[in-house]
Write a protein that binds this ligand. Structure first.
Ligand code: NG6
Ligand code: CA
Length: 519
């Protein structure tokens, strides 16, 4: 009986002590500045609107992305600024529409840095507000300022435009150099085996996919048939750097581990992490754990792999006690493509899966599927789950986050849509300029206007319609999301109104551009 009394008293004491401490903590918070949330971008490469089960996919399930979509704000009118990678990433980091910079096109692996080092960038802005800033994954915004020596300090690059930590691939998984770059230095490089890279000509004695098809585990088209690395032929030529070459099947785990370590290393300060996954861009090389995870072959399997990585990454935030204090954006740099240069049976094994959802076009296209992508904002405990139809663009992340951290940095193109992103408002943009391979189109309200452009109407190998036409095109997305009925002739007033509003923002001369061939 006595022992029972002592235990009960001790327990009561402990409870009282705990509640006093809690009260003290709460009191201390009154009048304090709100704590800065960590900010994370989870950015996929070529993931389509219809590739995610929360966005309607039925033939593939993406439970970890779905968790974020279903417990955050799931945008149905969310856009990448461009239907290809480099321009979208440029806009994301600068808050400037990519068509304002004529060099913001798909870059070779040897291209110089596209962002001016004096330019305001999202990571610089966050850094000025006390954030630590890091990038892990795909860069594709150019490196250096001329001819790069891959064996020395590779700069300027991410570290010169605002990132304090960078662990990147230079361009794309299908382009040389096929090495990771750690804060400006090629990782695991043996100085006795220097790297040389060229996009003009091969190095003597180096086998290419063209001359040595017997060395290939995956066949490429002529553009993807230069230097062979790990049995995969690439775009561009490379020699040396054997110990530094990445293993494609380990790339997802490599980037995930770097992203997780970044979180652990910086958990005691506000951080911004741009985690740029490589999937499902070509070459699709799932880790053996995911081979056969779907019936769709490598494209489906790498989507499962990426979804798993996202789950593992979120778990790390949770384990570190950071999930309630981290604002997470999940999206993709452009729409989907099946055949993008390698024979990996993406078309043959597609089955009933619809990567574009109900939209027309795909990567490289001015039709909706080029730029309408999954767009999710998640903040555990702070954002009420909702589906939002507000028109939002990744170019708006800059000004919205600037507002969140109470910076006064804004740009002409980037709108402060913080309330929409946090699910507190349905108000998005009134209009938006869309871009695909340097051509531009205009969305305003429910309407889209595509000016006439020269060039192929369809990329035949890919089966993707480009949006090119001799005529103006006008669609009402509310009634006709698949853009089947061109209303330009039947509604000339609306067409003129759209052209006028577009030209007021874009200027004239936009019609001179024609689409380069991507087949
Ligand atoms: C194209 C490549 C394509 C892909 C793309 C970049 C050819 C014919 N096609 O030029 O395979 O690498 O560039 O994709 O070379 S992106 O997602 O980075 O924009
Ligand atoms: Ca891409």
């Amino acid at each position: 009986m006595k022992t029972y009394k002592i235990v009960a008293q001790t327990l009561l004491g402990l409870i009282l002590l705990a509640s006093c401490k809690q009260q003290a903590r709460e009191e201390k918070n009154i009048g304090e500045e709100p704590k800065k949330p960590n900010i994370v971008f989870i950015y996929m490469d070529d993931l389509g609107y219809g590739d995610v089960s929360a966005y309607g996919a039925t033939e593939i399930s993406t439970p970890n992305i779905d968790d974020l979509a279903n417990n955050g704000v799931k945008f149905t009118n969310g856009y990448a600024t461009s239907a290809t990678c480099t321009p979208s990433r440029y806009a994301l980091l600068t808050g400037v529409y990519p068509w304002r910079n004529k060099d913001a096109k798909i870059l070779p692996g040897t291209a110089p840095l596209l962002i001016d080092t004096t330019q305001v960038t999202l990571p610089k802005m966050l850094k000025s507000k006390g954030y630590h800033t890091g990038i892990v994954g795909k860069w594709h915004l150019g490196l250096g300022s001329g001819v790069v020596d891959w064996n020395g300090h590779i700069a300027p690059g991410p570290n010169e435009v605002g990132f304090e930590y960078s662990y990147i691939m230079a361009a794309t998984q299908d382009r040389v150099p096929t090495v990771y770059i750690n804060n400006g230095y090629v990782d695991n490089l043996d100085p006795k085996d220097p790297i040389q890279v060229s996009y003009d000509k091969n190095f003597e004695g180096e086998p290419t996919g063209m001359d040595h098809p017997e060395l290939l585990k995956m066949k490429g088209d002529p553009q993807h048939s230069n230097t062979i690395v790990n049995g995969v032929p690439r775009i561009g030529f490379m020699k040396g750097g054997e110990s530094a070459r990445w293993v494609d099947e380990a790339m997802a785990d490599t980037f995930l581990a770097k992203a997780q370590n970044y979180v652990r290393d910086h958990k005691n300060e506000p951080f911004f992490l741009y985690y740029a996954l490589q999937q499902p861009h070509v070459p699709r090389t799932p880790n053996s754990r995911f081979v056969g995870a779907t019936t769709m072959g490598p494209r489906g399997d790498v989507i499962k792999e990426a979804d798993w990585c996202i789950g593992a990454f979120i778990k790390t935030l949770e384990e570190e006690g950071l999930l309630e204090n981290t604002l997470i954006f999940v999206s993709s740099d452009n729409g989907p493509v099946l055949n993008d240069g390698y024979e990996d049976s993406a078309i043959e094994k597609l089955g009933n899966h619809k990567p574009t959802g109900d939209f027309r076009g795909g990567k490289y296209s001015l039709f909706e599927a080029g730029t309408r992508i999954p767009f999710i904002v998640y903040w555990k405990g702070k954002i009420q789950p909702k589906v939002s139809n507000a028109i939002v663009s990744q170019v708006d992340w800059f000004s919205s986050l600037s507002s969140l951290v109470q910076s006064d940095a804004t740009t002409h193109d980037s709108e402060n849509l913080l309330n929409a992103f946090l699910g507190n408002s349905e108000e998005g943009r009134e209009n938006l300029i869309l871009e695909a391979t340097s051509r531009t189109a205009f969305r305003q309200g429910d309407w889209v206007m595509i000016p006439p452009y020269k060039g192929p109407k369809i990329l035949t190998n890919k089966g993707i319609e480009t949006g090119n036409s001799d005529q103006f095109q006008l669609y009402n997305l509310k009634e006709d999301p698949h853009q089947d009925e061109n209303l330009a002739e039947s509604n000339p007033e609306k067409l003129q109104e759209m052209i006028k509003a577009f030209e007021a923002l874009r200027g004239s001369g936009y019609g001179e551009i024609s689409q380069p061939e991507f087949d």
